[in-house]
Design a protein around this ligand. Structure first.
Ligand code: C2E
Ligand code: MG
Ligand code: MG
Ligand code: MG
Length: 274
């Protein structure tokens, strides 16, 4: 990619590039290994319904152990998987594992929906909707118990190819969430035409609402537009009491953030929700 950006046939190969390649090769190796051995972890972050204070859904987040007691960044892992043709495999793993957890513990814990992130590549393969529905069904959960989250900017780029799959998933009962909404350029106009049920406001917007009047106004416009179109709104990345108060006052229905709960391992989530 660096070479392509230079628009010439010279490959600049320095220490930094060398280091990036080595790190990525290492992570990729660990990722493939973790998928094969089924040691790739899924953590869950509770999402709070403000009106009742209930946690009726959680978001599944992939965690790849780094072998030193920590984890690689999920964003980096996903980006690597996408560029190396294994994001469908990773996506299937997450979908099946998260749905199995839902089947095993959902009812007892009062969970109505399991949120699962989807890479747009998973939607662009043939028969994607049927494939996803089959995985959900095989895990023993209903489509109505699943929300699929897709990053707004990426979905918009491929909406023509993805719309059909999204529509058929929605017909089956799956909810679709537009993830990372409000990053960079978002048009509120197309909200009425998109096959989505939920908008997830990105943390980059959430964190600015206390200090930036424009962003606060944008948040209110998003909430209004969502309400007109019958969409639910989740604010991501709420970390403080002040943010929580402003967000709640703006009409957002759901909050996901460190203020209430961080992503946690299965056992901790079970304890938390009980
Ligand atoms: P996302 O879907 O927007 O997930 C929310 C991210 O925000 C998570 O980061 C979560 O840990 C973090 N977060 C939640 N509340 C707070 C807060 O109050 N403060 C801060 N600073 N952060 C908060 P994480 O787990 O690192 O995941 C990053 C991204 O990687 C996700 O963003 C999603 O786009 C992607 N991702 C994670 N797991 C999967 C997966 O299984 N499949 C796919 N395709 N993408 C995934
Ligand atoms: Mg998400
Ligand atoms: Mg998000
Ligand atoms: Mg995000």
């Amino acid at each position: 990619r660096f070479a392509k950006e230079l628009d010439q046939n010279i490959v600049i190969y320095n220490d930094t590039l060398d280091e990036i390649v080595r790190t990525e090769t290492h992570i990729l190796h660990r990722l493939k290994d973790a998928i094969e051995r089924r040691t790739l972890e899924i953590w869950y972050q509770p999402i709070r319904l403000l009106q009742s204070g209930c946690y009726s859904s959680v978001e599944a987040l992939v965690r790849l152990p780094d072998g030193k007691g920590g984890y690689f960044s999920a964003a980096q892992v996903i980006s690597l998987a996408e560029r190396n043709g294994i994001v469908e495999q990773l996506g299937d793993y997450v979908l099946s594992s998260a749905c199995s957890f839902m089947k095993q513990h959902g009812e007892e814990l009062g969970l109505l929906r399991m949120g699962i992130n989807l890479s747009v590549q998973q939607l662009l393969v043939g028969n994607s909707a049927a494939h996803i529905q089959r995985l959900i069904h095989d895990a023993g959960v209903k489509a109505e118990q699943v929300t699929l989250e897709i990053t707004e900017s990426i979905l918009i780029q491929s909406i023509d190819q993805a719309a059909e799959s999204l529509e058929s998933l929605r017909c089956a009962g799956v909810h679709i969430a537009l993830d990372d909404f409000g990053v960079g350029y978002s048009s509120l106009n197309y909200l009425s035409n998109l096959p989505v049920d939920i908008i997830k406001i990105d943390r980059s917007l959430t964190r600015q609402i206390l200090t930036n009047f424009k962003q606060h106004t944008l948040l209110k416009s998003i909430v209004d537009m969502a309400s007109i179109n019958g969409l639910m709104v989740v604010a991501e990345g709420v970390e403080t009491e002040e943010e929580q108060q402003v967000i709640a006052a703006s009409g957002v229905q759901y909050i996901q953030g460190y203020y209430y709960a961080r992503p946690m391992q299965e056992e901790e989530l079970i304890r938390f929700l009980r």
